[in-house]
Design a protein around this ligand. Structure first.
Ligand code: PEP
Ligand code: MN
Length: 361
């Protein structure tokens, strides 16, 4: 991947290239495994080696990390390869051990960002250290929690921060293990324009074949880096086996990714355009998705009306919706004429759906 954009100040101070590539296994398993992966990553664009030492598993009984001894393996990997290192910390004791073992960058996991108490404890343990901290989004789609965690680190005087977008959990798993909900990191960027934003495609995807497209979307949205779970023998990884890729696949992927360049005015224009268009694509996707869900509910209403022998068209309800949406439209700078047109179309489609349900034998 090519260096092409002004970096966040701390990335530049650390001599890191943009977009930043962080790679390494979900978990440190053995010293041999960590060293093998680190050496294989030397031949890629990776500048930071990741490995979880303490693994927050949703349910007990899964591999919960090797603990402190893994920090020594990371130290050795750094010595042998020159890669910087990063690991997850979830409390003050983890911070102390990570600092003692010279871990370069600490990340706060999604299950920790949800807890203001834990974030505050970690922030206080890091006060005055000038350490670099990556703050993952909370597991639930809550922008305020994510912003709050970032603010807690800024408040204790830490400046070298970045946000990591790892997706948001939902009760029904569909395409993704964790839905990307691109609008949330876009909103985060609007609140903190100088905060570097890094994509973790692995935990969004949950499986290998979605990782490339997620990375491409992130680059088109001007993300500052990616953190990809990488393992020399992914199928036999002790955690998150299905989503890890080999260093060779990572290398090919970074070659194939289209990275927006920032060299001339014309290119800068195209990049900005690309970024805006990707944002539009994200919103269009959400629009159609939402409309589909709305029609699904119309089907349920159709079934309910059928079993109670009630007419489809309820004029009062329809007028109430229309008036409410015209007001909301005004607040969002949408003309009355536009809202009327859209809502007539939505209403018609909804009646068609209900009709179909009701006339079905
Ligand atoms: C991880 O990076 O291995 C991890 C546990 O991530 P998250 O906190 O995003 O689930
Ligand atoms: Mn993982």
């Amino acid at each position: 991947m090519k260096n092409n954009k002004e970096l966040g100040a701390w990335l530049k101070n650390m001599g890191l290239s943009h977009p930043l590539l962080i790679a390494g296994p979900c978990s440190a398993e053995t010293q041999e495994q960590v060293l093998e992966i680190a050496h294989q990553l030397k031949g890629t664009d990776t500048t930071v080696l990741r490995a979880g030492i303490w693994k927050p598993r949703t349910r007990p009984g899964n591999f919960e990390g090797v603990g402190e001894i893994g920090l020594k393996w990371l130290q050795r990997a750094k010595q042998e390869t020159g890669l910087l290192t990063t690991t997850e910390v979830a409390n003050a004791a983890h911070v102390d051990l990570a600092l003692k073992h010279d871990v370069d960058i600490l990340w706060v996991g999604a299950r920790t960002t949800v807890s203001p108490f834990m974030v505050q404890e970690i922030a206080e343990a890091l006060k005055g250290t000038g350490k670099t901290v990556l703050v993952k989004n909370p597991v639930n789609p809550d922008l305020a929690l994510w912003l709050g965690a970032v603010e807690r680190f800024y408040k204790v005087g830490l400046k070298n921060l970045a946000a990591v977008h790892r997706g948001f959990s939902s009760y029904e798993k569909q395409t993704y293990r964790n839905n990307p909900e691109w609008q949330i990191p876009i909103d985060l960027q609007n609140e903190f324009p100088d905060l570097p934003l890094i994509l973790d495609p692995s935990h969004i995807a949950g499986k290998r074949d979605l990782i490339f497209d997620l990375c491409q979307t992130a680059l088109d949205l001007n993300y500052d880096g990616i953190m990809v779970e990488t393992h020399h023998d992914p199928d036999n990884a002790w955690s998150d086996a299905q989503q890890q890729i080999t260093p060779a696949v990572l290398k090919q992927m970074t070659k194939d990714l289209r990275i927006p360049l920032h060299e001339t005015d014309a290119i800068e224009f195209k990049n900005k355009l690309n970024t805006l268009r990707t944002k539009i694509d994200v919103l269009d996707h959400q629009l159609v998705d939402t409309l589909g869900k709305r029609m699904g509910i119309a089907d349920q209403i159709g079934a309910l009306k059928k079993s109670n022998n009630v007419a489809i068209l309820q004029t009062k309800r329809w007028n109430d919706i229309l008036n409410k949406m015209i007001l909301e439209g005004e607040e969002n700078k949408l003309s009355e004429a536009f809202i009327l047109k859209i809502y007539k179309a939505i209403h018609q489609e909804s009646i068609n759906h209900q009709n179909k349900v009701i006339t079905k034998k």
